[in-house]
Ligand binder design. Structure first.
Ligand code: NAD
Ligand code: TDX
Length: 331
């Protein structure tokens, strides 16, 4: 029985969604987070103040701190990372330090402490872009793989480390597609676009907006992690994706956001020259492996976009205090 779970990066976007799903359901949750620009202790304050979870501020690269945090821990869910491709263009070293060295430190300290399960959160970006068809788990190449940004390269190397530890220790790797939902920092596409419209600004769509992302609702990713804590086979990597049919281009996603906020797409979408070098065109994953294991998420993208847009409408103070910093990276 895995009772005490250490959640790194639990004050970030997917981490917060995961913590809200698990707190109070029989687990003891301890969040370890450095609280970078992306981490919000305010996300978790209601749970911390009511004693439902514990919180420790610190760095996953600090071995002494990590070692102390492992006390009594049964399982680790490792989200903590620098997560934004655009930021990795200007500070690749930070991405290497946090995502590669930090993951190594977490893996080493977890297994010195006898942790019984380690779920490493990887990403679809470790496979790179695919014009047609779908990547399966064994398509991941070692090293930088087909990854194109400093972010995805660092995640690819971290994924290798986790798989390497998985030869001898209870590690499971999850490779999810683009997540969306409440608490996502407004530097990322969907919350950037929603908050722009709510502030009366247009949606900046890069290039022709024909790129394809496989939008996966973060509460479903959280369900998937809970499922893997129980059912994931050690030493294995699993894809998880929505596999939308038809696929959702960035243009369609932006048009949906407009519709949900009563904004005319013709007026509110602004096509701008693509600022991202080597912008990956399409991510697509084969989910046969996790489906066979028994995980079948409820995929309802337009409705899940609506719930997300409503959350941003109702939580203006949450994103307003983050908006200026988020926009500063695009200047
Ligand atoms: P996020 O940027 O919202 O949150 C990251 C969290 O990690 C923040 O709370 C931050 O404070 C913390 N953190 C950063 N550096 C740290 C350090 N050195 N020590 C301790 N804590 C640190 O990220 P997210 O979008 O929630 O992504 C979580 C994980 O999921 C990441 O590993 C990311 O690569 C992966 N992922 C994200 C997506 C997505 O679409 N958001 C998709 C696939 C995979
Ligand atoms: O203003 C924008 N306009 C635009 O057209 C922004 C911010 C983005 N885009 C495009 C670029 C991408 O094709 O939208 C798409 C999504 O962009 P991001 O939100 O920056 O996400 P992406 O680069 O696809 O990476 C995300 O998915 C995989 C997460 O940020 C990663 O952490 C995850 O690993």
């Amino acid at each position: 029985m895995l009772k005490r779970i250490l959640v790194t990066g639990g004050a970030g976007f997917i981490g917060t969604n995961f913590v809200y799903k698990t707190a109070g359901s029989g687990f003891e949750i301890v969040v370890l987070d450095k609280l970078t620009y992306a981490g919000g202790k305010d996300n978790l304050d209601p749970l911390i103040n009511s004693g439902k979870i514990k919180f420790a501020q610190g760095d996953i690269c600090d071995a002494d701190f990590v070692k102390t945090s492992m006390d009594g821990v049964d399982a680790v869910v490792h989200f903590a990372a620098e997560s934004h491709n655009t930021r990795s263009e200007t500070d690749p070293d930070l991405f290497y330090r946090t995502n590669v060295k930090g993951t190594q430190c977490m893996l080493e300290e977890a297994f010195k402490a006898g942790v019984k399960k380690f779920i490493h959160i990887s990403t679809d970006e470790v496979y790179g872009s695919i014009a047609d068809g779908y990547f399966s788990e064994e398509d991941k190449l070692l090293g930088d793989s087909q990854a194109t940004s400093a972010y995805s390269k660092s995640k690819s190397q971290a994924d290798d480390l986790a798989m390497e530890f998985g030869r001898n220790y209870p590690v499971v790797v999850l490779r999810p597609t683009n997540n969306f939902g409440p608490w996502q920092y407004p530097e990322k596409a969907l919350p950037r676009w929603i908050s722009n419209i709510l502030l009366g600004s247009k949606i900046p769509l890069w290039g022709e907006g024909q790129q394809v992302r496989d939008w996966l609702y973060a509460p479903l990713t959280s369900e998937c992690i809970l499922f893997l804590l129980e059912n994931g086979v050690n030493g294995n990597a699993y894809n998880v994706a929505a596999n939308h049919d038809p696929e959702i281009t960035n243009r369609t996603a932006a048009e949906w956001i407009c519709r949900l906020l009563d904004a005319d797409p013709e007026k509110w979408i602004e096509f701008i020259p693509d600022p991202r070098p080597n912008h990956d065109f399409r991510y697509a994953l084969n989910v046969e492996k996790i489906t066979k294991l028994g995980f079948k998420p409820v995929i309802d993208p337009y409705n899940q976009f609506k719930i997300t847009a409503d959350w941003y409408k109702e939580n203006r103070s949450w994103w307003k205090k983050r908006k200026e910093e988020a926009e500063s990276i695009y200047k």
